[in-house]
Write a protein that binds this ligand. Structure first.
Ligand SMILES: C[S@@+](CC[C@H](N)C(=O)[O-])C[C@H]1O[C@@H](n2cnc3c(N)ncnc32)[C@H](O)[C@@H]1O
Length: 224
């Protein structure tokens, strides 16, 4: 991966549903305090640069060597982000506000605790268990439930479910959530932390959503 064309082709190969994540983060950004200036942390990102289309300060973390090689081509990644911003009509902002750590998100990351406005957890394990410490009080977690992280996050009393994100007309829409309605198990009871670890994936809910948005409080009962 050396030339700009190589980098763009590599990214296109990953982006099987072109810019689906750009549309996801378009829906989520409306909820994030600080808007485009918010500090975003995306562990297990692989090469999903969707958040950088809407946010100017995004830190990506992944163990995969291909992700490390991709993000090392900083100028070319910034060009890709700029092109995607232009495609959605966003011309302001700095497309170079991108950091990458080639690391295990379960290890201590060089990020200050309580400094992140939006933590992203998509298809990459129980990120909330390891990375919630970096989220500031009032900050958000957006998690899907493929690997169970939305279920895991819902068990933490310091996380309040504030919105669900559903696929609508080829895009996404975030709507106000009601935990009793949106996190009602289809079968059985709410899983425990141990049960989720054993299961390694989320449970089914009666009204499934693509993603769940939690707001972090600093009230009593916070696990991390
Ligand atoms: C299925 S991909 C999802 C990528 C991206 N979040 C998306 O939704 O397109 C999972 C990614 O998480 C990364 N990953 C899994 N466990 C990790 C860990 N403990 N630390 C860092 N990255 C991890 C993998 O290397 C892989 O790139």
């Amino acid at each position: 991966m050396t030339s700009p064309a190589d980098v763009a082709a590599f990214h296109r190969e990953f982006d099987r549903h072109p810019d689906d994540r750009v549309r996801l983060f378009a829906a989520v950004r409306e909820l994030v305090p600080g808007g485009a200036d918010a500090a975003v942390l995306y562990p297990g990102s692989y090469v999903d640069i969707g958040p950088s289309v809407w946010f100017d300060d995004v830190t990506y973390v992944d163990l995969d060597k291909r992700a490390a090689r991709f993000f090392a081509t900083t100028g070319q990644v910034a060009d890709l982000v700029a092109a995607k911003r232009a495609a959605v009509g966003r011309r302001q902002g700095d497309p170079t506000g991108i950091a990458f750590h080639h690391a295990d998100y379960a290890d201590e990351l060089p990020i200050e605790d309580g400094s992140i406005d939006l933590l992203v957890s998509l298809y990459a394990g129980f990120i909330s268990e390891h990375c919630t410490r970096y989220v500031r009080p009032g900050g958000l977690l957006v998690a899907n439930n493929s690997h169970g992280d939305a279920s895991m996050a819902s068990l933490d009393p310091a996380n309040e479910l504030v919105a669900v994100v559903r696929s609508v007309d080829g895009g996404y829409r975030a709507t106000t959530a009601d935990p009793d309605r949106d996190l009602r198990p289809k079968r059985g009871h709410h899983p425990t932390v141990d049960e989720l670890h054993q299961l390694g994936r989320g449970i089914a809910y009666t009204r499934p959503a693509f993603a769940y948005v939690f707001r972090r409080s600093d009230g009593p009962g916070a696990r991390s």
